[in-house]
Design a protein around this ligand. Structure first.
Ligand code: SAH
Ligand code: SF4
Ligand code: F3S
Length: 441
């Protein structure tokens, strides 16, 4: 009988994408991928280490699995936390038999075969390999959705003082452009209409390894090539870094009709002193000038961001500068994170850590601002006709479907199954901070 595998994914879109590849490759090898952990023979947790809480969740889960009657299930901890904690995971979670870092993920099928032969020999692989293109490009053709992720690179060459990602994912490695284009063409044949390019710093794609052409960076060249793929009608990417967000990319928003009017541009802090301490090589003024240039080309562009509150040494004045920047930009969506100490990072050593209470207070203040501006932005869409790509049934069910506008705003509307995977026009009738309600027209 086929061995059944349940994969649970934590963390960012790159992890989601890698879990998809892994599921497809395991399927090729005779494993069955299932959605119900209870009937699984093998449980793989694809984990994240970006904040303490992310690790705590996965460790909690693996302990729960180890403690219960697990009927000889094989438990594997893979992804970023496997890389970060390595061997220790075998002690922390005694039923764990497999620990594999994100850059060795393609070897998991082989390791599972070995474990099926002999469960008593736990396997660990936390080497930094370059993931092969075949793995990176692999999707299950039965699971191609209207909107798909495509990973264009691995790793990160920055050293933001707070961040564990360079440790867990290693240095930047770029996939050859042709293989990315082939993958997207393949996805289009199977019905994908929208592509989101993924990388820790997507706009660093090809840096110093691929030439600029007519002053255009390899990343913009890639966007231009995707623009010519017939059935792909929308292009998105995440996340770019303000560093390297140059005029060629800003112009692309004007020149490439398929590039959606939304950018997720992580700010992290509005204080230049804190940005410097974080090792983010830009100032709040430079950030503002990117925003102004984008808005000049695409007046209604939706701009979202990531920000950290309570980085060591962040005074009330520094935090106020972040608030001021939020007011100046009016981000219509933002992820606000409370700084979390990551062992082994530069910021771990910094003095002047901010208290938990202070972080929470700043978090609340900023969240209120985000809510306010999200609501305001969403209100500007009420009454407008918007084209949405229908992604599926909405959670609330009852003939309710959902899709996104080009600005990445989720719209819920009354429709039927036939809409899924199609572009439809809706009139936006109501808005909340996070969702829009629309009517088919
Ligand atoms: N490569 C992306 C970010 C990846 S991590 C970029 O540079 O933009 C996603 C977000 O998690 C970051 O933007 C940051 O806001 C947050 N983050 C990373 N490390 C963190 C930490 N130690 N504590 C709190 N938030 C953190
Ligand atoms: Fe982390 Fe900074 Fe790299 Fe983003 S750019 S992954 S925040 S080190
Ligand atoms: Fe987490 Fe690794 Fe992504 S640490 S955010 S899963 S790159």
């Amino acid at each position: 009988m086929k061995k059944r595998v349940y994969i649970k994914t934590y963390g960012c879109q790159m992890n989601e994408r890698e879990s998809e590849s892994l599921a497809a490759v395991l399927g090729d090898r005779g494993y069955e991928i299932i959605d119900d952990e209870h009937s699984a023979d093998i449980i793989l947790l694809n984990t994240c280490s970006v904040r303490e809480q992310a690790e705590a969740k996965a460790i909690g889960k693996s302990n729960l699995l180890s403690r219960g009657k697990n009927n000889g299930k094989i438990i594997g901890i893979v992804g970023c936390m496997a890389q970060n904690l390595g061997e220790k995971l075998f002690q922390q979670s005694p039923h764990t038999r497999l620990v594999v870092g994100p850059n060795s993920i393609e070897k998991i099928p082989e390791y599972l075969d070995q474990l099926m032969e002999n469960k008593n020999n736990p396997i660990i692989d936390i080497e930094t390999h370059m993931i092969g293109n075949q793995f990176a490009a692999r999707h299950d053709e039965k699971k191609v959705k209207p909107s798909m992720f495509v990973s264009i690179m691995q790793g990160c060459n920055m050293r933001c003082a707070y961040c564990i990602v360079p440790k867990t994912r290693g240095p930047e490695c770029y996939r050859p452009m042709e293989t990315i284009i082939d993958e997207i063409q393949w996805l289009a044949e199977y019905g994908a209409k929208e592509i989101t390019l993924l990388g820790q710093i997507v706009n660093h794609y090809g840096n110093r390894q691929m030439p600029n052409v007519n002053d255009k960076s390899p990343f913009v060249q890639l966007l231009e090539k995707i623009q010519t793929i017939k059935d792909i009608q929308r292009i998105r990417f995440m996340s770019p870094h303000p560093n390297g967000f140059r005029m060629d990319l800003i112009d692309a928003y004007r020149d490439l009709s398929k590039l959606c009017p939304h950018v997720h541009l992580p700010l992290q802090s509005g204080s230049n002193k804190i940005l410097r301490a974080m090792g983010r090589p830009y100032t709040s003024e430079q950030f503002l000038s990117i925003v102004a240039a984008l808005r000049e080309k695409v007046p209604n562009i939706s701009i979202s961001t990531d920000v950290i509150v309570g980085f060591p040494g962040e005074t009330n004045e520094d935090f106020q500068m972040t608030c001021n920047l939020f007011e100046a930009v009016k981000f219509d969506m933002a992820f606000v994170f409370k700084y979390s100490i990551r062992p082994g990072t530069i910021a771990e050593q910094l003095e002047d850590q901010i208290s938990k209470e202070e972080k929470e207070e700043r978090n609340q203040i900023l969240l209120k601002k985000v809510e306010h501006y999200s609501q305001k932005y969403n209100e500007t869409l009420v009454g407008l006709k918007k084209e949405i790509l229908v992604e599926g049934v909405a959670r609330r069910g009852q003939q309710q479907f959902e899709g996104r506008t080009p600005e990445y705003k989720k719209v819920i509307f009354l429709g039927d199954e036939n809409c899924i995977g199609r572009f439809v026009d809706v009139k936006i009738e109501r808005s909340t901070t996070s969702t829009l309600l629309g009517k088919l027209i």
